[in-house]
Design a protein around this ligand. Sequence first.
Ligand SMILES: Nc1ncnc2c1ncn2[C@@H]1O[C@H](COP(=O)(O)OP(=O)(O)OP(=O)(O)O)[C@@H](O)[C@H]1O
Ligand SMILES: [Mg+2]
Length: 492
Amino acid sequence: MGSTLASFMFVWAIIRQYCPYEVRRYFEKYTHRFMGFFYPYIKISIHEFTGSRLKRSEAYAAVEAYLSVNSSKSAKRLKAEMGRDSNNLVLSMDEHERVTDEFQGAKIWWLSSKVVSPARSMSYYPEQEKRYYRLTFHKQYREMITGAYLEHVLSEGKEIKARNRQRKLYTNSPGYKWPSYKQTMWSHIVFEHPARFETMALEPEKKQEIIEDLVTFSKSKDFYARIGKAWKRGYLLYGPPGTGKSTMIAAMANLLNYDVYDLELTAVKDNTELRKLLIETTSKSIIVIEDIDCSLDLTGQRKKKSEKSSDDEKEKLDKGISRKEPKEESNNSSSKVTLSGLLNFIDGLWSACGGERLIVFTTNYIEKLDPALIRRGRMDKHIELSYCNFMAFKVLANNYLKVENHPMFDIIQRLMEETNMTPADVAENLMPKSLSDDVDKCLSSLIQALQETKEEAEKKKAEESKEDDELIKENVAADPKDNNKETEKEIL
Ligand SMILES: Nc1ncnc2c1ncn2[C@@H]1O[C@H](COP(=O)(O)OP(=O)(O)OP(=O)(O)O)[C@@H](O)[C@H]1O
Ligand SMILES: [Mg+2]
């Protein structure tokens, strides 16, 4: 038997070397068919990338997760990755490894493998690896494996993936150069922000409303499908600096267990790149654009256009400039993202791919934004985060000092009604500065800060009214004829 096999292999090697390719292919084709009559096994391959390589196959990821449990017991070569909360390693099958699985009495063999296609000459692309899983089973189980077993693998895999999932914070990497399919547009680190809604200083009703809105969204898959709307929701967070906009985004991600994609608009080359970034985001995620008013001068485009229109020469040019033409082209050569590109990003046809996504914008100046950008449908919910009031202070006092009531609270309440202080400033004053600082010390330092802010505000107001008075006097002196009360009123 051994010597027959060896001779056969020898003859086959000679045929392969000297037989023309066409004849060999013809021969192989018919051998495959012939063997098919006797070979009792069926093979199914699941490739990592299908179609145009835009997206990793979900089936592949699910199979990978499913096999990670099985392979950790039987496979000999394993890959290890950090698991949830960074305190355990998740093992999965390494390449060219085999594991056996059993399902309702049937035996299934899984193989993880890859084909390497050589790098093309005259191309920037490196050699391409195509990874895949292949399962082999006896043909008598065909129905059961293609039906119940594969369903079981997918659902179990998805569940394991969700269980092991580490939440990630992504950013669009500016170091991105060659569009190889292995390189994604986003780079990530593990998302570990401790912010929670419970610790956020906000009025309780407002907080409850936001939480309910978020939870309802995350459970509304069927509702969105029924009304024919993409499963996404836009939030606009606006308010002065230090009022908790970024903190709220982290709290949202922690509440819903979503990934965060922090999009740096100025690093995006053009609208096409913006679209690619969108396609690469996964579901169950929050796409964040911070300080949208400063990211790009998207708002000025339309206004600038009308300003320019008075100038004849420029007017001709302007006729060609529609909303699609970037104004930034002239003064910001690195980014050509336009308002139109951004509007399409949020609400266009491509925005529906993936599903279950929140898009969050933050800004300090809501009035600077283009109305189209923040209309309902794009930014469905506008949330104003404002200066700290007494209710919000109580949450902070409880977080920082673990006090729910204190005799000094009355003074603080009165001062807070009279002055504006951001939660960030209040929090800073409540923070113990040395190990010996106690509740009284922290609260009195807050009272002092509040008084100082109040005095400053009063001083500023007095100065402003003084300037106004002087302006009135100057005007009256310059125009003595109209020295009557009406002019004064007008100026005021
Ligand atoms: N409402 C709040 N509840 C609890 N902590 C807050 C709140 N607002 C601000 N803080 C504290 O103040 C700090 C600054 O807040 P944050 O970065 O969220 O402000 P922001 O609104 O994003 O400011 P900016 O507009 O400058 O980006 C945070 O570290 C947080 O601890
Ligand atoms: Mg911020």
